[in-house]
Ligand binder design. Sequence first.
Ligand code: 5GP
Ligand code: MN
Length: 343
Amino acid sequence: MFDKNQVGLLKDQFREGEKWVIIPHLNPDGDAIGASLAFGLLLDDLGIENTVIVPDSAPDFLSFLPGMDRVLVGKKHQEQADRLISEGDVVLLLDHNDIKRSGNLSEAVVKHSGQKIMIDHHPDPVITPNEALMFSRVSASSSCELSYEIICQLGFKDRITSDIATVLMAGMITDTGAFSYNCSNDNFFINIAGLLEHGADKDLIIDKIYNQYSEDRMRLVGYLINQKMEVFPEIRTAIVSLNWSEMHKYNFKKGDSEGVVNMPLSIKGIDLSVFISVRDDKTKLSFRSKGNFPANKIASTYFSGGGHLNAAGGSSDLSVEDTVKYFKSLFSDIKKLIDSTEL
Ligand code: 5GP
Ligand code: MN
């Protein structure tokens, strides 16, 4: 439960005639999109004008989610997006802990003089309570789970339609790897049960997100695990990398590498998995870890990134191959980190 006064302040923002802009983080995932769509659908129902603006496009496998058809992509409509943000009365930032994570929309968000709201579960939020109404809980599975709790606390439980329940459950499923991590707290399953009662379509979510891959994607995954995975038992780490020419060869589409980073973690003795690939002309790193292995510390110390203890990301200005080499040069530092951490 969040503080009653703070929820009261949030409720005061739901005013007819005001315009909301809802923004998930850059490279939005199921959680960021699910929470954004949930608030968009709720505001529609309340008769409050709103626009969901994604900094850049979401992967195709999320396109089945109710409300996706009206999402504005900032990268494709930058001027319109910036104008909507500057004219908005309320800006709701979802699943991010720092305005920088709004990517190409962050400049407009920083300039925006109206109320900002943040709902998020990443560690160390950078936005201060003075700048935004902040709802942050690091122990939550997802921003969608927090959004569900907040919507109930606001007194809008009866307004949760099956569409809203479905988008929220989609984020709770994707941020927990389909109920496998970050969901050991019993409240998680109570919230899942609540969403089922509201008509969330769990089977549709699982089918659309996990069982609709292309043949190209399946062959790409086989290639990456067979040919590109490097395993370093001494530092409990595995690396998988994917470069442009390989992406081209396998007709890569956004979302095709989804989940690959988790795969090496099922090898006994591997506690950190690193996936290095290309995104928007940058080399992007994804980190996943088990136990106390601090994926976010490695992302923030060496790759200008951040995230959760067990799921983090960062970037590099080097090529994919040189980033792999650079990562290998960090082995002794990682060994020291392991030796000083109780895994
Ligand atoms: P992914 O590997 O799925 O892109 O990201 C995993 C987690 O790390 C997500 O929670 C995401 O928000 C965070 N993350 C990914 N990339 C970055 C980054 O460049 N900077 C920061 N601060 N967090 C990131
Ligand atoms: Mn999330």
